[in-house]
Design a protein around this ligand. Structure first.
Ligand SMILES: NC(=O)c1ccc[n+]([C@@H]2O[C@H](COP(=O)([O-])OP(=O)(O)OC[C@H]3O[C@@H](n4cnc5c(N)ncnc54)[C@H](O)[C@@H]3O)[C@@H](O)[C@H]2O)c1
Length: 458
């Protein structure tokens, strides 16, 4: 079959692959190829066990793979063959040298830019889909312009706003698609090519264009604002616990103000995931770089409150369980950083597990999708850890259970049955405020919610 356009994505991770799966699904006349240096990952994308769990993803992959969607490790040849290249490699926080612990590590990004330059035999549109510090496109342009010959490259910024757990729905019905470009003749032409792709399924008023620096910065700012809401409500949850207010009632009353809105106002054990912390720290680093220390401090506090919330949660467990956890068995229900994903990157459960192990507790971890990743995360940690998928088997014989992830499954468990199988007095630490806390108290549990008075007999 002759395809109308050929699109390549470099980076087959949580974002690159699902975004391309959606393009392949909506544009059957385009050939979409996703490449990665990680052979195992590509093998998994070509198998029945996809490397990423997302509701609805399997079905679309089944429909498109082998038709107009392909996964490959042949990066060099694919660069030669495709003229529209998305780059969606990882951009983690730097762990060494200048900016360590804060700046984005752009080594994967730069390697890709050089690889594109080395293997291109025709002009290309290169699209930043990774989340990047402002002005990365300039560095990319400089690398790409360093080649000889008359091949030209237009760099666009098209940050991805999808959220894990709802990726397919977000990609199919995005709030907006943002495309940043240079405002030159060729920049605008490249931009219109990318607009045409999204226009296949996204309505025109939702496809917004901007200058390239605004587009790069908007993604960092969107994540910073989302994380800030989580830290704002979590900071108030601490006050509620001291002052006998109920955070759910406060959030409801505040969120009904249409200027504020009700989303992202759920108190819990803090945000996780690969993006929020890294993107805020990246923003903080940029503010310092541009000589704005007050702005940097403002945003850094969002991360500090997130850490404070997790430490508070552990301190509460310790204090409620008579100031000793040594030898006690504690079950963590959920390990993924949020529901409907198997992703555990920066999950609060990692930090909480380590703190429990430091107190010499025995930790039982349960999760419907994330046990494989949990075992990898904790592989180097000493202490007693076990992994049990079935939540009833996981909690049996435990002194306490702590809800880490807002999986719907945990709302519907038979807590009477669970209570019977646990050591008494039995404790629930509801880190997501998702269970019927009053009912669990009546069953016999001592219940410790977030941001509400404890329901305890002790
Ligand atoms: N995860 C999210 O929810 C999310 C949402 C929006 C944006 N983002 C951003 O998207 C980017 C990718 O995130 P992710 O979660 O998909 O990361 P990921 O780690 O899951 O995937 C990145 C992939 O890039 C591959 N890679 C690295 N260098 C490569 C190279 N030189 N050539 C080919 N492949 C290479 C890696 O092997 C990996 O499979 C990041 O910048 C992230 O900030 C993530």
């Amino acid at each position: 079959m002759k395809f109308k356009k050929k699109i390549l994505c470099i980076g087959a991770g949580y974002v690159g692959a699902p975004s391309m799966v959606m393009i392949a699904c909506k544009c059957p006349d385009y050939k979409v190829t996703v490449v990665d240096i990680n052979h195992q990952r590509i093998d998994a994308w070509n198998s029945d066990q996809l490397p990423v769990y997302e509701p609805g993803l399997d079905e679309i992959v089944q429909k498109t793979r082998g038709q107009n969607l392909f996964f490959s490790t042949d990066i060099e040849n694919q660069i030669k063959e495709n003229d529209i290249i998305f780059v969606c490699v990882n951009t983690p926080t730097k762990t060494f040298g200048a900016g360590a612990g804060m700046a984005a590590d752009l080594q994967y990004w730069e390697k890709t830019a050089r690889q594109i330059l080395e293997n291109s035999q025709s002009s290309k549109i290169v699209i930043e889909k990774s989340t990047l510090p402002i002005k990365t496109a300039l560095a990319m342009e400089r690398i790409l312009a360093s080649g000889k010959g008359d091949i030209t490259f237009d760099v666009l910024s098209n940050p991805e706003f999808m959220a894990e757990g709802t990726a397919i729905d977000d990609l199919e019905n995005p709030d907006r698609v943002l495309i940043g470009s240079r405002e030159t003749k060729s920049g605008l032409k490249a931009r219109s090519q990318l607009v045409d792709i999204y226009a296949r399924w996204v309505s025109p008023e939702k496809i917004i264009t901007a200058n390239i620096w605004s587009a790069e910065l908007s993604k960092l700012v969107a994540n910073a604002f989302l994380a800030q809401r989580v830290s704002s409500i979590n900071s108030i949850s601490a006050l509620c616990e001291k002052a006998d207010a109920d955070i759910s009632e406060v959030a409801r009353a505040v969120g009904m103000d249409s200027r504020i809105g009700s989303k992202f106002l759920k108190a819990g054990i803090g945000f996780g995931g690969s993006c929020f912390k890294k993107d805020i720290l990246n923003l903080v680093y940029l503010c310092h770089f541009y000589g704005l220390p007050e702005v940097a401090d403002y945003w850094e506090n969002v991360v500090k409150i997130n850490e404070y919330q997790q430490d508070r949660f552990i301190a509460n467990i310790l204090q409620s369980m008579f100031n000793t956890l040594a030898g006690k068995k504690i079950c963590l229900l959920g390990f993924a950083f949020k529901a409907d994903t198997g992703d555990t990157r920066e999950s609060p459960a990692i930090h909480i597990t380590r703190k429990l192990l430091a107190e010499h507790a025995e930790v039982v971890i349960s999760d419907p999708k994330a046990l494989g990743n949990a075992a990898i995360d904790l592989a180097q940690d000493g202490g007693q850890i076990s992994y049990v998928e079935d939540p009833y088997r996981a909690v049996a014989g435990c002194h306490a259970l702590a809800i880490m992830t807002d999986w719907d499954l945990y709302r519907r468990l038979d807590y009477r049955k669970i209570y019977k199988s646990m050591i008494k007095p039995a404790f629930i630490f509801d880190g997501r405020n998702i269970i019927d806390q009053q009912k669990c108290f009546e069953i016999g549990f001592n219940v410790f919610p977030i941001g509400k008075p404890a329901l305890s007999r002790l």
